[in-house]
Design a protein. Structure first.
Length: 248
């Protein structure tokens, strides 16, 4: 019996090259499936969904609007997932053809604006409303200053129109709560009740409004992770989780 002839050098080179490619591909697949593998590349700005933001809180800028500071951890978290577009009022012109809106403890909206906001939601818009009945966000601005966030959410009938009631807290101070299955630290959070799907404890209500949806959270202080004590690592992921839920 004769021994097979060895493969020519060119064939051996091809075989080793193909084997190396296969091994590299398998390793890449393992890393992609492993939670300890490399993080996915950031999504380009042009591929991030737009998120309209209406807020009285100092999320975009500091209270003094100086060039030395500004922004917030909440804004950083939002911008990692969305193209954040600030708006000054939730009317039809500002909402336009966009589909997702975050109202983080907004200023009181005129009645005609609320009518347009409600119509936008009923056509398919999605809104996450942080309605804090007792805001505890620290501020160096004097009471009455227009730059200071209002001390409570000014509900001029919107929540009642959606079948909800917002009650002030019985006790002030920080407290653990749950948003979308995540444990968060809230401060003087209120309680929601009504016809919508209200989570145990009354912190979160999810409403179907026509073809759209509205999620209401009875606290806004949970965004201020820089000034909260305790385990706040899930506060901002909870915010992003509720926005992601509305996108479905």
């Amino acid at each position: 019996m004769t021994n097979p002839r060895p493969a020519p050098p060119r064939a051996r080179a091809w075989w080793f090259g193909a084997a190396a490619v296969a091994i590299a591909a398998a390793a890449a697949l393992v890393l992609a499936r492993s939670p300890d593998g490399p993080a996915p590349a950031p999504v380009p700005d042009t591929e991030r969904p737009r998120l309209l933001l209406l807020t009285s809180l100092p999320l975009l800028f500091g209270e003094t609007l100086s060039l030395d500071g500004g922004g917030s951890a909440a804004l950083t978290a939002l911008e990692a997932r969305y193209r954040v577009v600030p708006i000054a009022v939730a009317n039809r012109a500002a909402l336009g053809a966009d589909r997702l809106l975050l109202m983080a403890h907004p200023l009181a909206q005129p009645a005609e604006v609320l009518v347009e906001l409600d119509a936008w939601v009923r056509r398919g818009g999605r809104v996450l409303l942080l309605a804090d009945p007792l805001l505890e966000w620290p501020s160096a601005l004097p009471l009455g200053d227009k730059r200071r966030p209002p001390p409570s959410f000014a509900d001029t009938g919107l929540l009642g129109h959606w079948g909800l009631r917002l009650d002030a807290p019985d006790e002030r101070g920080p407290k653990q709560g749950a948003i979308g299955g995540k444990t968060v630290i809230t401060v003087s959070a209120g309680t929601l009740a009504g016809r919508c799907a209200v989570d145990t404890g009354g912190l979160v209500a999810r409403c179907r409004v026509g073809k759209g949806a509205a999620t209401i959270v009875a606290d806004a202080d949970f965004l201020n992770v820089a000034d909260l004590d305790g385990a706040t690592e899930d506060n901002l992921p909870a915010l992003l989780g509720e926005l992601s839920r509305l996108e479905r």
